[in-house]
Design a protein around this ligand. Structure first.
Ligand code: CA
Length: 234
């Protein structure tokens, strides 16, 4: 359980690789370094918590099976601390662990074994989503306010805490109020996934997001439009 080891110091986005399999960790670090990322590695929950508490990271790649505990503990801590995106890279591909991970604040999943290019694409998408959208006007639909500059969400005066990906989903739907957007379009443009991929990712996110949007007893604003997809507002 050594603390995070810094393998390179370059000016690119800083990525923390949390992985106890040395071979996988090194392969990921090499792939990211070649692309200009700065990486550091942690091989335990304790090491990852220390690294995330003491330094800023642009994204965290997170293995779930760690020698001293569950990686989801790290995801929860990162989420509680703010907006650093988390990409779970895991051998666990069961639906139940996916749902659990999304609740804990993971933004995306990659199931091992994964393709290097797929990893890089997902990471780029995560970083793009977490970058501030300068100058974009706030979206207001009924009592919902989606502030694209400060990346905050409110219903009336109640602040709704969202993960970076939940925010992106709201902003995407909010740019076309009341218009249904298909699951395939969302997968392609919000998740940057292959839309033909069989997955319940969108459904799980919508259900989590609704719970947050309606936590104060507010009316349903994220609607399912049968046969067409999802829409924000009437
Ligand atoms: Ca592991």
């Amino acid at each position: 359980m050594c603390p995070a080891r810094h393998t390179v110091a370059v000016a690119g986005p800083r990525i923390l690789i949390v992985e106890d399999d040395e071979e996988i960790a090194s392969a990921i670090a090499r792939a990211l370094t070649r692309e200009g990322y700065a990486t550091a590695q942690a091989d335990s929950v304790a090491g990852a918590l220390e690294a995330t508490q003491s330094e800023h990271w642009d994204a965290v790649l997170l293995d779930l099976g760690l020698p001293d505990g569950d990686g989801l503990e790290v995801a929860r801590a990162v989420r509680a601390a703010g907006g650093t995106p988390v990409l779970v890279v895991t051998a666990r591909d069961e639906v139940s662990s996916r749902v659990e991970g999304l609740d804990a604040g993971a933004d995306d999943y990659l199931v091992k074994p994964f393709d290097r290019l797929e990893l890089l694409a997902r990471l780029r998408a995560l970083l793009r989503r977490s970058a501030p959208a300068a100058g974009a006007a706030p979206i207001a639909i009924d009592d919902l306010i989606v502030d694209q500059v400060h990346r905050s969400v409110r219903r009336g005066t109640r602040v709704v805490q969202t993960t970076p990906l939940e925010f992106e989903l709201l902003a995407y739907l909010g740019r076309r109020p009341g218009t249904p957007v298909s699951r395939e379009e969302l997968l392609e443009n919000v998740w940057h996934h292959d839309p033909s991929e069989p997955t319940n990712t969108v459904e799980v996110f919508v259900s989590n997001l609704r719970r947050k949007l309606e936590a104060g007893g507010e009316s349903r604003i994220l609607r399912t439009v049968r046969g067409s997809g999802y829409a924000l507002g009437a």
